[in-house]
Ligand binder design. Structure first.
Ligand code: BG6
Length: 489
């Protein structure tokens, strides 16, 4: 673990501190950093929200959350230290004049501040105005923004512009929590610390790549929010494109934010546009209907609580993405993500090219190609499928497909699985932007996604139904079968 950096921020201000994200993820993540001694001893954590609470009430709420959401047993001494840092500030975040109260709470000299916007993006601009009004912004301060950054390219520009009036790009940390996942970070190591993959990572060796991010949950409790977004905006525009860009980017010169983000950006910009002319051939949208999950009947999207029964929002997307550059020309990246799929399961499968000639025809007529599977979650690990001789005396060479399996839980048994928000919080405190998304990346991702959404709207086709608990609409199978390939189940 990193040592505390003396530059690390000492005031952490969470706007929306009583919201779901803050209670489930941010405060437990900060507690874990406290366990590891990674928070500056002088730091305070200021929770900001609309409701009226005393500091003590806020401390009790946080304690209850830690009990609920930290999976390990809490350490009493650490909890005491952590709780001691907490301060509460009631605030109408849209009222610039009210920020003078926050200024009084924060009047602690020249410490660096981290402002974490865990609120709807629609009020990011108002928060910035309020902070500025109360002279609470210096060049050393940092701001963390949660997704979604906008609903489309134009609205993302509005939000980014509102924040950019007061914070420069080096001060802005845009979260995509997938970038904080250990297995996603490991993509950098896998690709750039292993010559085997560094040298075979292109169109000469790879046939195609599949990226699946499946969730078994439905939309319970946030139907209205989700219905405005759909799976394209909720998952593809951010998480799946981030995974794709880490897989497809050119080797960065080093691990700096500038190098990594510049290469990821080039990969997203090289995506072949999908528009009204090719959308039917390249994409499938689906929506789950009533079905069964683990033997239990679950309602379809339109029968969820609070649903508008006319909605044509997609809960599943499959895309054949193509990257138009020297490395990837002719190598499709098939993306697939959906709600209410049979299980929570995210993985990348890299299919290598088949051997050009088979000398084992007698025992194996159709040699399968090697496959590299990167299990993102759960059961994190890396698996290489390869051919092996079956030991034993026989007149012919008996061979079979087998795998080298690096399971993280077996290999690193005494390591706790770190939540993405712990990693990301630490990087913000240490001022390292490499795991955060640049404005250019957000805009390039929206440009590509908007064109697909526009094409869907123009065709006006309803999403294809799929039963909850299945792997998506049948047409997603045809999407890949048309290329003589199939999804790995
Ligand atoms: C969020 C999406 O960004 O990611 C949710 O808004 C989704 O709809 C979640 O459920 C998935 O994250 P994870 O870490 O559980 O894979």
């Amino acid at each position: 673990m990193n040592k505390i950096d003396c530059q690390s921020a000492s005031e952490i201000v969470i706007f929306g501190a009583l919201g779901d994200l803050s209670r489930r993820k941010l405060l437990p993540a900060l507690y874990q950093l406290e366990v590891c001694g990674l928070i500056n001893p002088d730091s305070h954590i200021v929770g900001v929200a609309r409701q009226t609470h005393s500091d003590d009430e806020f401390k009790s709420i946080v304690l209850e959350n830690l009990n609920n959401f930290v999976t390990e047993e809490l350490d009493k001494d650490v909890v005491a230290r952590f709780i001691e840092r907490l301060v509460y500030q009631q605030l109408d975040m849209k009222e610039a004049n009210a920020y003078k109260n926050l200024a009084t709470t924060l009047a602690s000299g020249n410490s660096t501040r981290v402002y974490y916007f865990s609120t709807p993006p629609a009020i990011y601009g108002a928060i910035c105005d309020g902070l500025n009004h109360a002279s609470l912004i210096t060049d050393a301060d940092r701001v963390v923004m949660e997704k979604p950054i906008g609903h489309c390219l134009a609205s993302s520009k509005v939000i980014n512009d509102q924040v950019a009036r007061f914070f420069n790009e080096q001060q802005i940390y845009r979260i995509d929590h997938y970038l904080g996942k250990e297995t996603v970070l490991n993509l950098l190591v896998l690709r750039f610390a292993n010559s085997l993959f560094t040298t075979n990572w292109d169109r000469d060796s790879i046939d195609h790549v599949q990226i699946t991010v499946a969730e078994s949950v439905g939309i319970e409790g946030r139907w209205g929010f989700y219905d405005e977004a759909g799976q394209m905006r909720d998952m593809i525009q951010n998480h799946l494109l981030q995974i794709l860009s880490l897989l497809a980017m050119e080797p960065p010169a080093d691990l700096s934010a500038e190098s990594i983000r510049a290469e990821k950006l080039k990969a997203v910009k090289a995506l072949r546009p999908i528009n009204r002319t090719n959308v039917k051939e390249k994409t499938v949208r689906g929506q789950y209907s009533d079905g069964f999950l683990n033997g239990v009947k679950v309602p379809g999207y339109l029968n969820e609580e609070g649903a508008n029964t006319n909605s044509s929002t997609e809960t599943f997307v499959a895309i054949k993405a193509e990257i138009e550059n020297w490395r990837w020309s002719g190598v499709p990246f098939y993306l697939r993500t959906g709600k209410r799929m049979p299980t929570k399961h995210s993985e990348i499968v890299v299919h290598f090219k088949a051997q050009p000639h088979n000398i084992f025809k007698d025992s194996y007529s159709d040699l399968p190609a090697n496959k590299l599977t990167i299990r993102l979650q759960p059961d994190e690990g890396v698996e290489l499928q390869m051919m092996n001789k079956i030991p034993g005396i026989a007149s012919q060479m008996n061979i079979q497909e087998n795998k080298l399996d690096l399971s993280f839980s077996d290999t690193y048994q005494d390591q706790r699985v770190i939540d993405a928000y712990e990693r990301l919080m630490l990087e913000v405190l240490n001022g390292n932007q490499s795991l955060f998304v640049s404005r250019d990346e957000v805009e390039a991702a929206w440009t590509w996604a908007d064109s697909i959404i526009d094409a869907w709207q123009a065709t006006n086709e309803a999403p294809k139904p799929y039963a909850a608990g299945s792997w998506g609409p049948v047409s997603s199978i045809s999407l890949i079968a048309r290329d003589d390939r199939q999804w790995v189940e």
